[in-house]
Design a protein around this ligand. Structure first.
Ligand code: PGA
Length: 245
């Protein structure tokens, strides 16, 4: 596991974007799994800016979802679907054929998981993932206690995820379940980058990096990954005891 600490959110976003663009330059048909949430917004703005000046061609990249709220339709601005279209797919003019997301409204939500597993297997696996870390240490919707050998699955969301998740929605929304890639997908991805910023993430970042590896802290499991990186800003790194920003 590699740890990189940046001065502030802007520097973090610039460097995460750089890493993502490098993946696409080296492998134009890379399979990417990019998180939604507040943390990567700056990164995606950088990526879009770079693509506008014509440096990187996204026309062959394949995208797969990390997660989605169950029962939230794609047109809801709080959905992961809406987020990815707004911040990445529309500004980058991504062809819908390049994208495979979870349908949070699927009648057979278990089948939705198997379809995603099959899709990722057919693509030959995920090349690069950017994931945030939840206030409870979750990755995607892999909540504390989730077995590490899971592929895509439906989750009963932690109370913390249900309440923190309200920040994405214009109106209070019932958030009981999520659908997510599993930790097994993360462990099989060629490369995984965890990103975090701000002092509110400092305690959970310190645990993820320094506490014993445990399924109670899904982010800590990524320390076992052969190519995982934690890219964090100085505020999020402020409680690390062994490494000082
Ligand atoms: P955030 O979400 O980027 O909005 O903080 C992170 C997460 O819950 O995975």
């Amino acid at each position: 596991m590699k740890i990189s600490i940046f001065e502030d959110y802007d520097q973090l976003s610039i460097h995460v974007a750089e890493a993502l663009l490098k993946v696409v330059l080296e492998k134009p048909d890379a399979v990417l799994c990019l998180a939604t949430g507040e943390t990567p917004i700056g990164t995606y703005a950088q990526v879009v800016e770079q693509a506008r000046v014509g440096e990187v061609d996204f026309s062959k990249v394949r995208f797969v979802a990390l997660d989605e709220w169950v029962g939230v339709p794609p047109e809801n601005s709080g959905s992961c679907h809406f987020f990815l279209h707004k911040h990445l797919f529309e500004p980058l003019s991504i062809n819908p054929k390049q994208v495979y997301l979870f349908d949070g409204m699927a009648k057979n939500i278990e089948n939705e998981c198997r379809l995603m597993d099959d899709h990722i297997a057919k693509l030959g696996g995920i090349d690069f993932m950017i994931v945030g870390i939840g206030m409870n240490g979750h990755i995607g919707f892999n909540e504390p206690g989730i077995p590490e050998d899971r592929y895509a699955h439906v989750v009963d969301l932690d109370e913390m995820t249900q309440s923190v998740g309200q920040k994405y929605f214009e109106q209070e929304t019932i958030l009981k379940q999520g659908i997510t890639l599993g930790m097994q997908h993360l462990m099989e991805a060629k490369s995984v980058m965890v990103i975090a910023n701000g002092s509110k993430k400092s305690a959970i970042v310190a645990q993820a990096i320094e506490a014993p590896i445990s399924t109670q802290l899904p982010a800590s499991l990524l320390r076992k990954h052969r190519d995982s990186m934690f890219f964090i800003d100085a505020a999020a790194a402020s409680r690390l005891s062994k490494i000082k920003p």
